[in-house]
Write a protein of this length. Sequence first.
Length: 87
Amino acid sequence: MAGKVAEESLGYEQARDELIEVVRRLEAGGTTLEESLALWERGEELSKVCRRWLDGARARLDAALAEEHAQEGGSGGAGGTGGEADA
């Protein structure tokens, strides 16, 4: 459970850098099967952390773009609400 807390506190760059190191160690070889499995599992966890950060960043960008689009559309454009045109 402590790993989960530490995992959630990792920033994107920290998780990415650790993931790069995990991949480097796996590609270099020379580890036992047990070590390789532990590295692979850690890599999966780090990949999920990175994905959550990227998904969150994408959602923030999408929200900002939607807000900008709504402000531009609401400033006297001829399109009305746009809801019917999109349907």
